[in-house]
Design a protein around this ligand. Sequence first.
Ligand code: HEM
Length: 411
Amino acid sequence: MAEFKEANGIVDWLDQRLAIKNFIKVMMTEYWIPKKINFLWAMGVTLLVMFLVLFVSGLMLLMYYKPDTKLAFDSVNYTIMQEVAYGWLWRHIHAVAASVIFLVIYIHMFVGIYYGSYKRGREMIWISGMLLFMIFSAEAFSGYMLPWGQMSFWAAAVITNLFGGIPLIGADLVVWIRGNFIPADATLTRFFMLHVVLLPVVILALIALHFYTLRFPHVNNETGEVIDFDKEAEKYKAGNKKEAQVVSFWPDFLSKDIFVVCVFMIGFFYLVCFHFNFAMDPINFDPADSLKTPPHIYPEWYFLWSYEVLRGFFFSSDLGLIAFGIANVIFLLMPLLDRSKVVAPAHKRGGFFLWFWLLVADLIVLTIYGKLPPTGMNAYIGFVASVTFLALFALLPIITAAENKKVGGRS
Ligand code: HEM
């Protein structure tokens, strides 16, 4: 057995058993972050905090929620919202956090795209991030079903029905996913299991993977320049902190991140207390009714762009489904589609800069039209925006390959 000396305090006691000092050194005080970054690099830690907020508020709701189609609606709308002390507050926190986390995810993703943070050794960071995005989407979808209101039921019906478009097995697959011919008790209980156990466990594992993938390539910086982290770390450790191009994760980077998170939380609690309604659809305050289709079914705001790509091809549901499938995986392929060797902010990359802002504008148009009824002019605008979305990704390899010629293939 290893020899243990008498510990001279709790830290020493833990250090002898868990090597916590070494762990803190490797993960925090000697994990190096470039100096040239801005507040947008605080989005990752903001996401982590928001996930914790969702986790804790979800635990609170779980104590009174009933996963049964006969009881679910009342357990949320009466027990939690009206009977349990501060139940309304935990529900508002959970609903607003679920909505806001997607805004932060989109900002985080588009910062990565703008600065080319998915290239030159950072591909695995991007892939693990996109996997997180996909699982988060499934988490949000399964959570939306739980109050078993009208939108819960009909969104579940529409989305599970999409699998019916898969050739040969589609129809059987829909029944298999629902556990019934229409969304029913079996559907609710399996999505409840996904929402409270399986998906959160996968998310935790993916967050750990995401952090691990960051460890070796290190985060990118505002200029995209290559940094010799070992050399710069030596300067920092020698006390030459001004000259070093890096700072430590803790206390330097994280203390600034915590400041950004605090400002963010002020805005977050303002929404929770005064504008929580934006995160809760009024139609979902009616109990689910399989015989009464709402006049207009739409998902939460963060899925509207892909929903509009699905509806955009209004003349062919097959084409719509294919486009929807592409829209859901295309961002994962960014490291492949961007053929340029240049890692630099978009404003230094000519055509890519235009491409980036066209994509953002197109996604905003898709989001706006995704909420409107797909009739008359709306259907055509949706169609043009959907085609533009696909065309932008088809053009990306051409635009970015041209960049290599301009810089003579230098990275
Ligand atoms: C809950 C979800 C997520 C958490 C907790 C998280 C956390 C983080 C953290 C802490 C960082 C380092 C600091 C920073 O750049 O902000 C980071 C970097 C990064 N994340 Fe995420 N992230 C999440 C989701 C995503 C998603 C959806 C993507 C999109 C694909 C993504 C892509 C990236 C990239 C490319 C970087 C590197 C940025 C750089 O090198 O400058 N992450 N993430």
